[in-house]
Design a protein around this ligand. Structure first.
Ligand SMILES: [Zn+2]
Length: 466
């Protein structure tokens, strides 16, 4: 191009008004409590449950559709098998040694920067609805939200919770109070997959169970496992009852997304689906039918799906096989939404992983992911980080290693794969043992509960503290 013509083009371009900044996306963060990855049908290739026990398969069409249209992380790992600590990792970008919430009932430190604060500061209208009192606003995760709806009214044992259909109703009602001149950040927490498995309507339970009116309490199953008398039929039935709860949650998450779509809120959006931790069923070697005692894969391997729409679309049907950390979710969301200010906490943007997977290229290296159980509480030490004696694990590359100090069990090495198969690889075992020891050596000091005894007793009576 002649110089004069180039200059003319440059001048004419400089006179064109700058295009308005494209509208930022709606950000939707869906958390399903107590949902192990293999409770979703799109995770059928990553199943841990015993194959000799047959029964109904997982059935989660909402989650499957999100995965088909976006990115599914096959090996997403929680850092603690308990609700408040794990959600604090998602919201702060730090594992328990970084955010210092050892388990339920310990309020989030007031100086810990949170995802909702970042999004709200950048102009988002941040709204939340939670389904259980373990995430009550008193615990501190409401910081940064304009509205944090924790009005859970149904008492179940030592806590309050609310069914998924009520949570969806509350979320859609809250969305209708959003600020129309701002992008929306919506966090919705569904508690139903947590035991007892009695939330799903009878007609849905009947598609999983021959006796939908039967017991939903895992207590007798725990006793049966300990007595060595659990039958395959009991095992099959328990899995079916649990999967019915996950399907019920999937239906209600689908109704929520339909409601957002009909309001035009999913035209340009990022939707994240994750779980805070998994659940031990009758998995060998684990404390049966529960989660806080184990850091093995059934307790910490969780679904993580990221789905973008419109200008934020992601490569559809992409599967990332590298292990990733729940603490990376916040940084990934901030980056995908175009926010300046860098990552959240210690999290890393996961975009390079799905770009490599979509292009068929080798994945970039990922850091190790650490996890620790949060019980048995009486065995915590008064002079050290509360969870140091408990079951712990680290995943890195293709390997997974666990240790259980309180039981005197040293490191055991596995392949990071379906069924957590044991492997012999002394070099890998030594490397992961050293990594886990370094993580523990950098743990914070012992944390006393952050409230007065009177307050704690009052909260305990109301079901806010385990
Ligand atoms: Zn939970």
């Amino acid at each position: 191009m002649p110089l004069a013509a180039a200059l003319l083009l440059l001048l004419s371009c400089s006179r064109v008004p700058a295009a308005p900044d494209p509208a930022p996306p709606t950000v939707v963060l869906l958390s399903w409590d107590t949902t192990r990855a293999d409770a979703l049908s799109c995770y059928a290739d990553q199943r841990h449950w015993r194959p000799e026990v047959t029964g109904p398969d997982a059935r989660t069409p909402t989650a499957d559709a999100l995965a088909r249209g976006g990115v599914r992380f096959a090996w997403a790992l929680a850092h603690a098998p308990t609700t408040l600590s794990s959600h604090t990792s998602v919201m702060s970008g730090r594992d328990p040694h970084g955010h210092r919430v050892p388990r339920n009932g310990f309020p989030v430190p007031a100086d810990l920067p949170l995802l909702a604060e970042r999004l709200s500061a950048a102009g988002w209208d941040s709204l939340a609805v939670v389904g259980a009192s373990t995430l009550s606003a008193d615990m501190g995760l409401g910081r940064g939200f304009r509205v944090y709806d924790d009005q859970v009214r149904t008492r179940v044992r030592h806590r309050f919770e609310e069914r998924a259909d009520v949570v969806t109703d509350r979320a859609l009602a809250l969305v209708d109070q959003r600020r129309q001149d701002r992008p929306l950040f919506l966090f919705v927490h569904y508690f139903d997959p947590h035991s007892p498995w009695d939330s799903a309507p009878a007609e849905l339970r009947a598609t999983f169970l021959d006796d939908p009116a039967g017991t939903t309490d895992p207590g007798p199953l725990v006793e049966a496992v300990r007595a060595g008398t659990l039958t395959d039929e009991q095992s099959r039935r328990a899995r079916a009852a649990y999967l019915a709860e996950v399907t019920w949650t999937d239906q209600q998450a689908g109704r929520l997304l339909d409601g957002l779509r009909s309001r035009g809120l999913l035209d340009d959006a990022l939707v994240v689906l994750l779980a805070d931790h998994g659940e031990a069923l009758d998995d060998p070697g684990l404390a049966p039918y529960g989660h806080p005692l184990d850091a093995d894969l059934p307790a910490i391997h969780v679904p993580l799906i990221l789905h973008g729409t419109g200008r934020f679309a992601l490569p559809a049907g992409t599967v990332v096989d590298s292990p990733v950390r729940l603490l990376d979710v916040g940084s990934t969301v901030l980056s995908a939404a175009g926010l300046p200010g860098g990552p959240l906490g210690e999290g890393q943007d996961l975009a390079p992983l799905w770009r490599a997977a979509a292009a068929g290229q080798p994945p970039p290296a990922t850091p190790p992911s650490f996890a620790e159980a949060t019980k048995p509480i009486p065995l915590q030490r008064a002079d050290a980080w509360n969870n140091l004696p408990f079951d712990r694990s680290v995943a890195h590359g293709e390997h997974f290693l666990t240790a259980t100090p309180w039981e005197g069990l040293g490191p055991r090495l596995y392949r990071l794969g379906a069924g957590q198969p044991a492997v012999e690889d002394p070099a890998a075992a030594a490397a992961l043992t050293a990594a886990l020891a370094a993580w523990d050596a950098a743990a914070p000091g012992h944390r006393e509960e952050g409230m007065s005894r009177e307050t704690e007793e009052g909260l305990r009576a109301l079901g806010y503290v385990e």
